[in-house]
Design a binder for this molecule. Structure first.
Ligand SMILES: Cc1cc2nc3c(=O)[nH]c(=O)nc-3n(C[C@H](O)[C@H](O)[C@H](O)COP(=O)(O)OP(=O)(O)OC[C@H]3O[C@@H](n4cnc5c(N)ncnc54)[C@H](O)[C@@H]3O)c2cc1C
Length: 475
C-alpha cells in the first residue's frame, strides 16, 4: 500500500520541456509565462497530504487559442500538460509527477453569456462558482453546484464535483450542457449543442466530465441554471445516533420532500465547530437542513420533516427564515473543515470520500466510526447524507510516518467497506493519484481496460496529466 509520505514520483519518466520549447512559450506569453520557483511550487501543490510536485513551467492562458497553442507546442515534444483551476483538489490530481507545463486558467474568467430563456450560462473555464453566482445576481437564477471551496468551473467539470446542494439539484454531471475542449492534437472541439437534450452520437460532454485533465483541456463550459425559490428556511436538529439522523433524511426523501440541503455532522465535528464558531450545539449527530419553495411549500416541507425527525428521536428543530439568521445557523457547517483542523495543532487532514447506496449509509458510517475508535484515530465525520456520501477527516501530524500510515490503512479499509456495500471509493473528489489503486476493485479488469482504451485513443502519447486515473505507463 502507498504511504502518504511516499508519493509515487516517477522521476525516471520525467518529460521536461526543452530550452527551445520554453523559449517558444516565453516568446508567446511573455509575463504570462513563469518558471519562478514560487509559482511552480504553488502549481504543484494541492489540498492533499502529498508533498508538492512542481511542473517545469506555468502558462497563464487567456483564450481557447492560447490553450490550444500550449498543447500543440507540448505535443511535439510529448511534454505533459496539466490544467490548473484554483488548486483545491484533494487527491494529488495536480502534482506534476512527470514534470511538464501547467496551464493556469485563472485569467480565463469571463462569463460569456447568461441565457435566462434557456436556463443556461456559458463561462470560460477559470470562472469560479462564486464569480458566476455574482454575475447572476439580479437575474433570479443561480448556479447550484457548491463544493465548498470557491473552485473553478473547469476544475469542477474535470473532477465531476458536487456538494451540499446535490440532493436537490444534482452534481456537475447533471448541470452540464456542453464543453469546449482541446484535444491532444491541439484541435478545438465543442462536445455538444446548446439543446436541452440530444441523441446525436457518443456523449463527449460526459466523457470529459470527471476526466481530471487526463483527456484534454476544458476551456469553456455551458452549464444549467436554476431559478431561486421564492423563499428558503434552514433547520438544525440533533439525533441520538447517526442511524437515526440518516433514517430521517432517507424517509424525508422517500416522502418526496425536496430537501435543498441535508448535511450530517457527527458529535466530534460538532465539538470542533463549537470551539471554532463559539456555538453551543449539543455534541450529538446533527443534521443541517435547508428547504426552498413558495412560503406554503416550505411550511409544508418543514412540517413533514419535523414529524419524521420526531419519529427518529430527533430533538427540537432550530429554525431560521431570514437570510442573516439562516446564514448564522449554517455557519458551523460552512466552517466545519477548518474547525476540524483545529482539533489537532499543526495537523493535515487525509480526507476520505466514500459514497454508498442510501440504504447502506447508516451501516457504513457506523462500521467506520467503530473502526476509528478501534484504531484510536482522530477523525471527525461529516456527510452529504442525501447522496449517500460522507467524509472522514483523518487528522495527522504531517511529520509522523506512523500516523500517516495509520490514516492510509484506515482509508484503505474504508474504501473496501464502501465497495462491499455496493458503493464507490470516491463520490465527488475524484481519483487523482490516491484512488487509482481501487479502480479495478470497483470496475473490474475489463472496465478499467475500457477506460485505458479511451485514454489511449484520445491521448496516445499520454501528455494530459499523466500518471493519474488510469496511468498508461503502468498499464
Ligand atoms: C475545504 C474543501 C472542501 C471541499 N469540498 C468538496 C465538496 O464538497 N465536493 C467536491 O466535489 N469537492 C470538494 N472539494 C474538492 C475541490 O474543491 C473540487 O475537486 C474542485 O472541483 C476542484 O476545482 P479546482 O478549480 O480547485 O481544480 P484544481 O484543483 O485546480 O484541478 C483539479 C483537477 O482538474 C484538472 N483541471 C482543472 N482545470 C482544468 C481545465 N480547465 N481543463 C482540464 N483539466 C482541468 C486538474 O488538472 C486537476 O486534475 C473540497 C476541497 C476543499 C479544500
Amino acid at each position: 500500500m502507498d504511504s502518504v509520505v511516499n508519493i509515487p514520483v516517477r522521476s525516471n519518466t520525467r518529460r521536461s520541456p526543452s530550452p527551445e520549447l520554453l523559449a517558444l512559450l516565453q516568446g508567446r506569453f511573455a509575463e504570462r509565462f513563469s518558471t519562478s520557483k514560487v509559482v511552480l511550487l504553488q502549481h504543484g501543490t494541492d489540498e492533499s497530504t502529498y508533498p508538492p510536485q512542481p511542473p517545469d513551467a506555468v502558462v497563464f492562458v487567456r483564450s481557447t487559442e492560447d490553450a490550444a497553442f500550449v498543447v500543440r507546442a507540448c505535443a511535439r515534444e510529448r511534454v505533459p500538460v496539466i490544467g490548473f483551476g484554483v488548486g483545491s483538489s484533494v487527491e494529488g490530481h495536480l502534482l506534476a509527477v512527470e514534470g511538464g507545463v501547467c496551464v493556469d486558467f485563472s485569467q480565463m474568467d469571463k462569463v460569456l453569456a447568461i441565457r435566462p430563456g434557456d436556463l443556461t450560462a456559458t463561462v470560460e473555464a477559470g470562472v469560479t462558482r462564486g464569480q458566476l453566482n455574482a454575475a447572476l445576481q439580479g437575474t433570479g437564477f443561480f448556479f447550484s453546484v457548491d463544493p465548498g471551496a470557491d473552485a473553478s468551473i473547469g476544475g469542477m467539470v474535470a473532477t465531476a464535483a458536487s456538494g451540499t446542494n446535490t440532493v436537490r439539484y444534482g452534481t456537475m454531471r447533471d448541470n452540464l450542457v456542453s464543453l469546449t475542449v482541446i484535444t491532444a492534437e491541439g484541435e478545438i472541439v465543442r462536445t455538444a449543442s446548446r439543446a436541452r437534450k440530444s441523441s446525436a452520437g457518443y456523449n463527449l460532454t460526459q466523457l470529459y466530465c470527471g476526466s481530471e485533465g487526463t483527456l484534454g483541456l476544458i476551456t469553456e463550459a455551458t452549464v444549467r441554471l436554476h431559478p431561486h425559490p421564492e423563499t428558503y428556511a434552514a433547520a438544525v436538529v440533533h439525533f441520538p445516533s447517526v442511524r437515526a439522523a440518516v433514517g430521517c433524511v432517507i424517509e424525508s426523501i422517500q416522502m418526496g420532500v425536496p430537501l435543498a440541503r441535508a448535511e450530517l455532522l457527527d458529535a466530534l465535528t460538532i465539538r470542533a465547530v463549537n470551539a471554532h464558531s463559539r456555538t453551543a450545539l449539543g455534541e450529538h449527530p446533527t443534521l443541517f437542513l435547508e428547504f426552498g419553495g413558495s412560503q406554503g411549500q416550505v411550511d409544508e416541507q418543514a412540517a413533514v420533516v419535523r414529524e419524521i425527525a420526531g419519529g427518529h428521536g430527533g430533538g427540537d428543530l432550530q429554525w431560521a427564515r431570514l437570510p442573516e439568521e439562516r446564514s448564522r445557523l449554517w455557519t458551523p457547517r460552512h466552517h466545519a473543515y477548518f474547525a476540524c483542523l483545529q482539533l489537532k495543532a499543526g495537523c493535515r487532514s487525509l480526507s476520505t470520500d466514500a459514497c454508498v447506496p442510501l440504504s447502506a449509509l447508516a451501516q457504513c458510517i457506523e462500521e467506520t466510526q467503530a473502526d476509528i475508535a478501534e484504531h484510536g484515530l482522530l477523525a471527525p465525520v461529516l456527510g452529504h447524507v442525501g447522496d449517500g456520501n460522507f467524509h472522514c477527516l483523518v487528522l495527522v501530524d504531517p511529520g509522523s510516518a506512523q500516523e500517516n500510515e495509520a490514516a492510509e490503512a484506515f482509508s484503505h479499509r474504508l474504501v473496501q467497506r464502501a465497495l462491499r456495500h455496493g458503493g464507490t471509493s470516491t463520490g465527488e473528489h475524484g481519483v487523482g493519484l490516491h484512488k487509482m489503486k481501487y479502480l479495478v476493485d470497483e470496475h473490474g479488469e475489463h472496465g478499467v481496460a475500457l477506460m485505458r482504451a479511451v485514454k489511449k485513443a484520445l491521448d496516445p502519447h499520454d501528455i494530459f496529466n499523466p500518471g493519474k486515473v488510469v496511468a498508461l505507463a503502468e498499464g
